[in-house]
Design a protein around this ligand. Structure first.
Ligand code: 13P
Length: 345
């Protein structure tokens, strides 16, 4: 990789992780988007999906808190109501357009209950096309399930291998890879178990990235937090989640990595904000990599509910989204306080 090529990747990472900003995950596949829309009673069509994504991307004020947006293939090809292609619209506001490039988690052979993420076939050509359309970063999500005997070494290794090949192809194409190994929150496991699985898996992920000669400075990790399972008998509080997550990352993520962003993974909107804030208060700028948010549900849910109840309520839905973006931006600096929720509500 030439110095110039590497510098372009690093510049994209810096824009995405600019202090006080985070990434909007807007890359639900059509199937996932349909599930989210069904929950609020909205039919899922290319046009309703376009309108909803437009509402979020154009929300006044959100550009101060959102450094980039991860789109889905359909959305990358769509445009605002004025006809401006979404990638162009984002770039014009100084936000980086991104694209989800995996094709989903499928059953992993010989590993009952576990998944492997697909999407490597034809990826080089797709990345070239996406780069031509303005995308400068990409996302690939792997799913790690915690169970009595899970995850298996096979599942961790297979997913890490695919992610490393994806990351190398992205960088070759001038696209920053976001590597997202999500340890699912589903289950009754305690936080100790989540910590052990997260650390074990991250070590495998970074070993594979190294093997595949991925430039860590030009890549971003999108991780789940170290957190109790949703059905755990007792669930750890904000301080403990913050401490466990930061310490686990410090043990397993190389200092050269460009940045760490978090997924919300089924946490409530306010809960996800509190956790990010807790981590920043604990670690501040003492971690070797910047840490910020890259939430989908935790940023979108309040807006989606307002819009679902009445699709005329575009302004109210935009305000709800911009508000969550603002709260998370404050949390990314450790400056969020619970009372801020009530002040504006
Ligand atoms: P959530 O924040 O809803 O977990 O989504 C983030 C994401 O990108 C999932 O792949």
């Amino acid at each position: 990789m030439t110095h110039k090529h590497a510098q372009a990747l690093i510049q994209t990472v810096q824009t995405l992780t600019e202090p006080g900003k985070g990434i909007l995950a807007l890359d639900e596949s059509n199937a996932t988007c349909t599930t989210r829309f069904q929950a609020v009673g909205v039919p899922s069509t290319p046009e309703t999906r376009r309108l909803y994504r437009e509402l979020l991307m154009t929300a006044p004020g959100s550009e101060r808190h959102i450094s980039g947006a991860i789109l889905y293939d359909e959305t990358l090809r769509q445009a605002t109501s004025e006809g401006v292609p979404f990638p162009e619209f984002l770039s014009s506001r100084g936000q980086v357009p991104g694209i989800k490039v995996d094709t989903g988690a499928k059953d992993l052979a010989n590993a009952p209950g576990e998944k492997v993420t697909e999407g490597l076939d034809g990826l080089r050509d797709r990345l070239a096309e996406y780069h031509g359309m303005g995308a400068r970063f990409a996302k690939w999500r792997a799913v790690i399930t915690i169970g009595d005997e899970l995850p298996s070494q096979l599942c961790c290794e297979a997913n890490a291998h695919a992610m490393a090949r994806y990351a190398a192809l992205c960088q070759e194409a001038g696209i920053v890879p976001i590597i997202e190994p999500e340890v699912l929150i589903d289950g009754a496991h305690d936080i100790d178990r989540c910590e052990a699985v997260t650390e074990h898996n991250l070590r495998i992920v970074f070993r594979e990235l190294q093997l595949h000669r991925v430039l860590l400075e030009g890549a971003i990790l999108k991780t789940s937090m170290v957190i109790s399972g949703l059905r755990a008998a007792t669930r750890a509080g904000v301080q403990e989640v913050a401490e466990r997550t930061v310490h686990t990352l410090q043990r397993s993520v190389p200092a050269a990595l460009g940045g760490v962003v978090f997924l919300s993974g089924g946490q409530g909107a306010v809960e996800a904000t509190r956790h990010l804030n807790g981590m920043q208060q604990l670690a501040g700028n003492r971690t070797p990599w910047p840490m910020t948010f890259s939430y989908a549900r935790a940023l979108q849910q309040p807006a989606l509910e307002i819009w679902g109840a009445n699709q005329e309520s575009v302004v109210e839905a935009q305000q709800a989204f911009a508000f969550r973006a603002h709260m998370n931006a404050l949390a990314s600096r450790g400056e969020y306080r619970d009372t801020m929720e009530k002040e504006v509500a």
